[in-house]
Design a binder for this molecule. Sequence first.
Ligand SMILES: [Fe+2]
Length: 206
Amino acid sequence: MPTTTLLRRRFLEVALLVPAGLGLAARALAAAKEPATADEPVLPATPPCADGDDVTPPETAGPFFTPNSPRRQSFLERGVPGTPIVLAGRVFSKQCVPLAGVLVDFWHADGEGHYDNEGYRCRGHQFTNEAGGFRLESVVPGLYPGRTRHFHVRVQAKGGRVLTTQLYVPGEPANQRDGLFNEALLMNVKPGIKHKLATFDFVLDA
Ligand SMILES: [Fe+2]
C-alpha cells in the first residue's frame, strides 16, 4: 500500500471521526500530538496526496444491487442485527483533489449475512460534502456462504464513470478464502465505545 494512502488514512482517523465519538477523538488528537517514534511519522496538517496516486480498484457488484436506494447516512433501524460501525472517508480525484457532490451508494448484508432483496434495509446513497467527505452509520456486514465480510459501494462523480467496488475488514479469517478479496480495498477499522470506526478513501480516475 502506498505510503501516501497510509498517511491519508491516519489523518482521517483523527479528522473525520470527531463527530462520531468525542472521547475517542480527543484521545486520537492527543495521540497525534505525541512525539513521533521511528515508525510513527508526525501527522501532517493536511491530508497528503500525490499525483498519480493509485486509483481505487473496481470489483463486481454481485447479484444483490437494488437501484433507486433511499438517500440517507444511517442504516441503523429497528430489526437490523449486527455490530454498529461508522464508515467515513473522502473521495479524491487522481490529482488528489477532494471531490464534492459525488454519489456514494452503499449496500451490504446485515450482521447475520442476509441481504434485503425486497426493500432497502442496509441500502442507501449519499453525496460527498465540500471536503469530499462521506459518513455512513451501519452494522458490520455478516458472513454468507463463499464471502468474507464486505460492503458493496458505487461511487460516481458528476458526469463521471461509475466505480463499483467492495470494502473489506482487516483481520478477518475468511479474507484469505474469498477469491474476490483485495487488500487494496481494506478499510482501517478500530474499536470504539458505541461503534467500530472504519475509514477508507476512494480515488477516482477522474
Ligand atoms: Fe455481497
